[in-house]
Design a binder for this molecule. Structure first.
Ligand SMILES: Nc1nc2c(ncn2[C@@H]2O[C@H](COP(=O)(O)OP(=O)(O)OP(=O)(O)O)[C@@H](O)[C@H]2O)c(=O)[nH]1
Ligand SMILES: [Mg+2]
Length: 297
């Protein structure tokens, strides 16, 4: 049998379920998800190896036009740069909600000349299913999609069909990555993302965009992993919120993170978590660079 290989982007507005879809393809958590916008900040690879194919998914930050800070600009840019690198684009939307961001994404896809599959996600929450057909009809006039497919990433509905569409449209070629490799990021990055997820879930609506997690040191022993990590905020007042009353918030974030990390690494974890204020880091190009967000002007 011939082998198929290709890079596939998970593209779309923020919060439509790109990272959830990635995790569902792998039956495991590769990337963090949340109800809040712009959860994914970096480009994350998921390498799906099967007998006759290897699909390399690129999860990207969701396009969000509402925020104007440097960090958000960098994230929007990362999202669109990704189109250039892939063989096929999965353009995810949330049911029949078509917004300004979707038009913007479609504009960039028009000039691209690459196959685009429109993925209508969250159909488990679609109340009037009959509306879907009229919507598909209308949307197919907007763009020459390779296919339009309704799915539920959360319930794993129609994912096999989606995978078949992807495999059928990839080029013949050898796999690029070892079969047992499912992603490319380091333990430190994974740990920082888990802590960020636990923080996002517990903080109000504004703070999640203002924090970053830095892993300062990991000490590895046979039965114990000791992790020194810091949550970076923009100001002293934000720091106070993250610490919580008598340290209750940071404690809750730390405990939830530790539990998940112990499961992931199958060993005991000692998590030493601090909060530090680093003024205006989300809007300062140099600070963003220092935190590993590629900024080029
Ligand atoms: N009901 C339902 N909820 C879903 C589905 N897919 C994703 N969600 C929820 O939608 C929210 C956003 O999901 P994410 O996967 O973080 O979305 P994203 O597109 O990666 O978002 P960004 O990283 O911010 O761009 C989460 O609360 C998910 O649980 C689905 O098929 N059905
Ligand atoms: Mg995401």
């Amino acid at each position: 049998m011939t082998n198929k290989f290709g890079f596939v982007s998970l593209s779309g507005r923020t919060n439509v379920g790109k990272s959830t879809l990635l995790n569902s393809f792998f039956q495991k958590k590769i990337t963090i998800t949340s109800r809040k916008p712009q959860t994914t900040r970096n480009r994350i690879l998921g390498i799906l190896s099967e007998e006759n194919s290897q699909i390399v998914f690129l999860d990207t930050p969701g396009v969000h036009l509402g925020y104007k800070r440097q960090l958000n600009k960098v994230m929007n840019k990362l999202a669109s740069q990704c189109y250039e690198e892939v063989d096929l684009v999965l353009f995810l939307i949330d049911r029949t909600k078509w917004q300004q961001e979707e038009d913007k994404i479609l504009e960039s896809l028009r000039n691209l000349n690459k196959p685009v599959v429109l993925v209508i996600n969250k159909i488990d929450r679609l109340k009037e299913k009959s509306k879907l057909y009229a919507f598909i009809d209308e949307i197919s006039k907007k763009f020459n999609f390779l296919a339009i497919i309704p799915i539920s990433a959360l319930r794993k509905d129609n994912l096999l069909e989606l995978k078949k569409i992807i495999q059928n449209n990839l080029k013949i070629g050898p796999s690029h990555f070892p079969e047992n490799e499912i992603t490319e990021f380091s333990d430190a990055f994974y740990i920082s993302e888990i802590i960020r997820e636990k923080a996002i879930n517990r903080l109000g609506d504004e703070l999640p965009y203002r924090i970053n997690v830095v892993i300062e040191k990991i000490n590895e022993h046979k039965k114990l992993k000791t992790i020194y990590a810091a949550i970076i905020t923009e100001s002293k007042s934000q720091k106070g919120i993250i610490l919580g009353k008598q340290g209750s918030m940071i404690k809750a974030i730390g405990t939830a993170s530790r539990k998940e990390l112990e499961k992931e690494f199958s060993k005991k974890v000692n998590l030493q978590l601090w909060v530090k204020a680093n003024k205006n880091w989300t809007n300062d190009v140099n600070k963003l660079k220092k935190f590993g967000f590629g900024v080029d002007h």
